[in-house]
Ligand binder design. Structure first.
Ligand code: SAH
Ligand code: SF4
Ligand code: F3S
Length: 483
């Protein structure tokens, strides 16, 4: 659920418009007065990258706008994870094409994973595109924009083994001023056979923990009260100082960040079952401000499928990790990702996924039909042989089951008092406020004078749907929460 923020679009398929808060930056000399519009698709890493891009562009003098019609430069930060993610981007590009007619001179740039996957081919396929920039090449934007200004087109899709943008202060875009993403590593060294990410994001590298901590301290000072540490596989975070006498793993980093302030909640994503250690779970249990919520993608409940997926764990290993979470952090919420209809998935294998769901009873899940991605191990080695209608039926069974489990998990919160970090007005009514509890469930309660985003309040949950807890504020200590 933690990751069930509105912007987790690799999974949900919408985009988020991004505009920096007024006065944040944008006074640089080169592009004074020009406006940038960024639209982001994909995972949180992409959204976090857009904040890096905005920072670099604002240093050049660009200001951001939430209206693409008035933009001089339109960037679309893209995702390649499934075919439909790419199709959405292509459709959107066609719409942006109209801007070029209305406002000649408008520049259109494609950033992110699709840029990396298709490289210069993008310029041939989509005539409207002026610049293609891969995820490790954003520092080159001033140069690339300069080249466009001279006429012509530009591409930089070089991947790097070192780039972490550690020293670029992200410009917070489109957020609520309470919760921010902090990138702790880039790339991925796993080779899950279905996955395009290692090709689009390159080799794994970990960011300097001191720069991570400074960023979190800065966020605290600006009023933020929650950070989500981001990486494709946070458990393999591994940093070594240049001189080699200082090292840090993920458990160490988590503790280092949690110690910034008890007022700052810490979340993280994504955990990989093969790497998630008891040491991390113990750090979580020791720190009240590390949220009791883990996103632990299972992908399939069947060991043969997991092997073909090259996930490097099997069903028993995964169950062992769930047991460790339950033992070390009782009440911890767990969410997952599931792929339905992977190559040669039998009906029995599908049943194993359903029974895994029954065993864990996930709080939340992102569920997908397998989509073959060009160049991946699975595309080269296996047949995408599960018929479309079978994939759809299995996906529906998985979704139906998850809805029951989500409701079950939400019901466990009813009648208890939860500490809620207020994010702002609820989406449905401005008479209500909303925020998340420790386990990342969304809690809605009546608005009250004097309560502001960033405040912690105690809410007695009185009822729920399968996605929201509904309650009223009570005095702290009103009732002891067991969740
Ligand atoms: N690093 C994360 C996953 C990032 S991608 C991890 O290892 O768990 C997010 C999710 O997209 C994956 O967990 C997977 O469930 C899904 N996904 C990735 N490639 C896919 C594909 N080719 N078809 C369908 N779903 C896919
Ligand atoms: Fe993809 Fe696997 Fe890396 Fe996740 S861990 S990004 S699924 S290769
Ligand atoms: Fe998509 Fe790239 Fe993220 S493929 S899920 S935007 S790493």
């Amino acid at each position: 659920m933690g990751i069930r923020k509105e912007i987790d679009e690799s999974r949900q398929g919408e985009a988020l418009l991004m505009e920096a808060k007024e006065g944040e930056k944008g006074k640089g000399p080169v592009a004074a007065g020009r406006k940038l519009y960024i639209e982001s698709y994909g995972c949180q890493m992409n959204f976090s990258d857009s904040e890096i891009v905005a920072s670099i562009m604002m240093d050049m003098g660009f200001a951001t706008t939430g209206d693409h019609r008035e933009a001089d430069v339109i960037f679309i930060n893209t995702c390649s994870i499934r075919e439909n993610a790419e199709q959405r981007v292509r459709n959107r590009l066609k719409e942006f094409g109209a801007n070029k007619l209305r406002k000649p001179g408008t520049l259109i740039g494609v950033l992110g994973c699709m840029a990396e996957r298709l490289k210069a081919k993008f310029l041939e396929e989509e005539q409207l595109v002026d610049v293609v920039v891969g995820p490790d090449a954003y520092r080159d934007l001033p140069n690339l924009i300069g080249r466009l200004d001279e006429g012509g087109k530009a591409v930089n899709v070089l991947l790097s083994r070192e780039e972490t943008y550690a020293d670029v202060a992200p410009v917070r875009l489109g957020g609520n001023g309470v919760s921010a993403f902090v990138s702790i590593m880039r790339g991925c060294d796993n080779m899950c056979s279905f996955c395009v990410v290692p090709f689009t994001r390159g080799r794994e590298r970990s960011r300097d923990p001191h720069s991570i901590r400074r960023e979190v301290e800065g966020l605290l000072e600006s009023g933020y009260r929650e950070v989500t540490l981001l990486g494709q596989n946070v458990d393999s975070y591994k940093w070594k100082s240049d001189c080699g006498n200082e090292t840090m793993n993920f458990a160490g980093l988590l503790e280092y960040v949690a110690n910034v302030s008890p007022l700052m909640r810490v979340r993280f994503s994504t955990s990989h079952p093969k790497d998630m250690t008891d040491e991390v779970l113990e750090v979580m249990s020791r720190h009240a401000n590390i949220c009791k919520y883990i996103h632990l993608p299972v992908q399939s409940g069947n060991s043969q499928v997991l092997e073909r997926m090259n996930r490097t764990y099997d069903r028993d290993w995964y169950i062992g990790r769930i047991e460790a979470i339950r033992r070390i952090i009782p009440g911890c919420a767990i969410s997952t990702d599931i792929i339905c209809g992977f190559c040669s998935e039998t009906e029995e294998a599908h049943q194993d996924t359903l029974s895994m769901m029954d065993y864990v009873k996930y709080d939340f899940a992102y569920m997908f039909k397998y989509s073959e991605r060009p160049g991946t191990l699975a595309a080269r080695k296996y047949q995408d042989d599960v018929p479309e209608e079978v994939k759809s039926r299995r996906l529906k069974e998985v979704i139906d089951k998850q809805q029951l489990h989500s409701l079950y998990r939400m019901e466990q919160h009813v009648g208890k008092v939860h500490q809620v970090l207020v994010e702002g007005p609820s989406r449905k009514s401005d008479q209500d406020l909303c925020g998340r509890n420790d386990q990342n469930a969304m809690v809605v309660f009546p608005r009250e004078e004097g309560i502001r985003p960033g405040d912690y309040v105690s809410v007695l949950v009185e009822r729920c749907t399968n996605a929201t807890l509904i309650g009223r504020r009570v005095q702290p200590g009103h009732e002891v929460s067991s969740s």
